[in-house]
Design a binder for this molecule. Structure first.
Ligand SMILES: Cc1cc2nc3c(=O)[nH]c(=O)nc-3n(C[C@H](O)[C@H](O)[C@H](O)COP(=O)(O)OP(=O)(O)OC[C@H]3O[C@@H](n4cnc5c(N)ncnc54)[C@H](O)[C@@H]3O)c2cc1C
Length: 403
């Protein structure tokens, strides 16, 4: 897509590029390059986020009144594009992009004062306690109980697939405070300090070859965990509304197309560097067709995302349109990952011995092929978390098409 940037946009682009030259250190690049998912070690993640925070570029979606940069949709797009172009790592979305909008809309002043500044400064890492065994798509059936005892809730139950719980300081949780009636009734939204006695975090090792220590998801167990009542956001028993509001930000909280575009550019380089017999795959008609179709689909997602972020900038909620963004963005990311594995063929295979930062074994095959298989396997998650593709289609059928 070719956009006509204004002079101010071009000046902003230069500012982002200059900042990246200073702040995207070789250590951060090295760790991001071999990471199989969006998450680096806690130390590196906080270092990277703090650099962004000092510049005021961590909580880019926040309104100005809360310390956000007040960017136009084009500036936001330029920022994401420049980050993707140089392979800058992502940031943890759970506090700034998911919990913060709920606190801003439904939290009280004390909660805003306590929790928003540490998110803005990247002092803490958050995680999300929504899913439970048996309560994923059917989230409203969740069973983790919070029973009121004086000024505390006593929480018992378990959350599963909790991304980065092992490095998180706080978790926001949906808990059941009342039974009977519809499952959507009787749910409350609690903010829980992960150091509270009674919380146990166990790793779940996934198919991308992650080992304990470098893993991504966990199961979190709560046994008689005492949570102050003041940590409840909004009213008791009515948090289903807040939960759905948060999911809109989870699904539409960041643009997919800039990272897709840079993955696509890498794919093209890989296809060009790979030969079938004596001709590069780039000269193969089937590959030309695949690449052309993907290019067009990314361009249409770019246009849709720009329109979507203009709506957000004008104060509208993401609404069910976030399901469209999530569905197209994640399915296309998976498509590009799949093409990359297909192009690299056997060079994509050596993932069990893939490099870790500082390792001295030489990778084989075209540049970057050693992480293709683990990224492909890790990428299967994208059409599951935040609500599976089937669930997104259900929302769109109901809320957009009125079926
Ligand atoms: C890597 C990863 C990270 C995650 N991180 C987090 C996290 O940090 N915090 C958190 O709370 N959760 C997290 N999740 C959980 C995620 O939100 C759930 O996995 C997801 O909502 C699906 O729930 P489930 O796994 O129970 O599958 P199920 O709900 O059992 O679904 C199984 C299958 O049935 C289909 N299905 C279910 N209901 C419907 C329907 N109504 N219509 C059509 N098809 C349907 C689904 O599409 C799916 O194919 C993560 C998941 C993954 C894989």
């Amino acid at each position: 897509m070719h956009m006509n940037f204004t002079e101010a946009d071009i000046a902003f682009q230069t500012e982002v590029r200059d900042w990246l030259k200073e702040n995207l250190t070789p250590e951060i690049v090295a760790e991001a390059k071999v990471a199989r998912n969006a998450f680096m070690s806690r130390e590196r993640l906080l270092d990277w986020q703090k650099r962004l925070a000092r510049k005021g570029w961590l909580c880019t979606n926040w309104p100005k009144e809360y310390g956000g940069p007040g960017w136009t949709p084009t500036q936001k797009y330029i920022f994401e594009m420049e980050m993707a172009r140089v392979g800058a790592p992502g940031t943890s979305p759970f506090g700034p992009r998911m919990c913060a909008p709920v606190i801003m809309k439904y939290g009280n002043q004390a909660q805003k004062d306590k929790h928003l500044p540490p998110m803005l400064n990247s002092d803490l890492i958050w995680c999300q306690g929504y899913s439970e065994p048996g309560s994923g798509s059917d989230l409203a059936s969740l069973k983790t109980r919070a029973v009121r005892e004086g000024d505390f809730y006593i929480v018992n139950g378990t959350k599963i697939w909790t991304t980065t719980a092992h490095i998180a300081d706080w978790i926001f949780c949906l808990v059941r405070t009342s039974s009977g009636g519809k499952p959507q009734d009787g749910i409350s939204f609690l903010l829980i300090d992960m150091t509270t006695p009674g919380i146990k975090v166990e790793p779940i090792i996934t198919s991308d070859g992650n080992r304990a220590g470098t893993h991504e998801v966990n199961q979190v167990f709560f046994t008689d965990v005492k949570v102050p009542v003041e940590n409840r956001v909004g009213e008791e028993n009515v948090a289903w509304t807040y939960a759905k509001y948060l999911l809109e930000f989870e699904r539409g909280g960041s643009a997919y197309s800039p990272r897709l575009r840079s993955s696509f550019e890498r794919l093209k380089r890989l296809v060009d560097a790979t030969a079938d017999g004596d001709k590069t795959l780039m000269r193969d008609n089937a590959w030309k067709e695949k690449l052309a179709r993907t290019d067009i689909e990314i361009a249409s997602l770019e246009m849709f995302e720009l329109e979507f972020y203009s709506r957000l900038a004008s104060g509208q909620n993401p609404g069910p349109w976030s399901s469209m963004i999530k569905l197209r963005g994640t399915e296309m990311m998976q498509q590009v990952q799949e093409y990359a594995v297909e192009a690299a063929a056997h060079y994509a295979m050596p993932f069990p011995v893939q490099r870790v930062p500082g390792a001295n074994d030489e990778p084989i095959g075209p540049e970057g092929s050693d992480v293709l298989a683990p990224r492909y396997f890790n990428g299967r998650k994208m059409t599951i978390y935040g609500g599976s593709s089937e669930v997104q289609r259900g929302i769109m059928a109901k809320a957009i098409l009125g079926l």
